[in-house]
Design a protein around this ligand. Structure first.
Ligand code: CA
Length: 221
């Protein structure tokens, strides 16, 4: 497989002694000790799919130096396999790849997963950018680009996707005083005691909790 890994390169140099590692889904959590203090750092795990070896090496080295954990795939087939099998915080995806190209990879990925994708391409026409975004890319960067812009866009992408995930997790549960509604399990609790509600009553309760303080008309109910 044309896959190379350059995880962890630079991390030790940066932070000194590695005390403990723990793998939690997409997050690599390290407790790192330097001479003054201990700190915990969460690394972002990135998959780079790029067939230009020199560029892939340069980006991988730079991103690793910046604290990202990077896997590199040099073909679309390897990239798709890794993207489907592994939880990444984001993908950097070259559009022009031999075999499965970037757009085909993206479309296969999007049928299964919503991992954020930053697409890289030498093609910068408006139609190319639009088709990339419509194909499911979250952002687009035209070659040649500045490395600092790539990092800034990557960080923004991961930040957005994490805050979206947190927001959707928040909306699964509603709480007002001692009243708690679990939307995923369709369960309502008052002071920890389960309320026996009909489907209609449950729906009304959710509506009242979501629109708390508002006067609702009969048609809205
Ligand atoms: Ca290419």
């Amino acid at each position: 497989m044309g896959v190379s890994f350059c995880r962890f390169v630079g991390v030790r140099e940066h932070f000194g002694l590695l005390l403990q590692t723990r793998h939690q889904q997409s997050d690599y959590k390290f407790v790192i000790q330097n001479h003054q203090h201990q700190r915990t750092i969460l690394f972002m795990r990135i998959l780079l799919v790029e067939d230009e070896t020199k560029l892939a090496e340069y980006l991988c080295a730079g991103l690793t130096e910046d604290g990202f954990v990077v896997d590199v795939a040099n073909t679309g087939v390897d990239g798709l396999h890794l993207a489907l099998e592994t939880e990444y915080d984001a993908l950097i995806l070259d559009r022009m790849l031999p075999g499965i190209d970037g757009m085909a990879l993206l479309s296969a990925l999007r049928s299964k997963k919503s991992t954020p994708v930053l697409m890289l391409t030498a093609r910068g026409s408006l139609e190319d950018r639009v088709s990339g975004l419509q194909g499911g890319a979250d952002d687009y960067l035209v070659k040649p680009f500045a490395f600092s812009e790539l990092v800034a866009r990557l960080q923004a992408l991961v930040r957005r996707s994490k805050s979206d995930a947190q927001n959707s997790a928040k909306t699964v549960k509603l709480e007002i005083a001692d009243l708690e509604v679990d939307l995923a399990r369709r369960k309502a609790l008052r002071s920890g005691q389960r309320l026996d509600l009909t489907a209609k009553e449950f729906t009304l309760l959710v509506l009242f909790m979501r629109r708390q303080g508002e006067v609702l008309s009969r048609t809205e109910l």
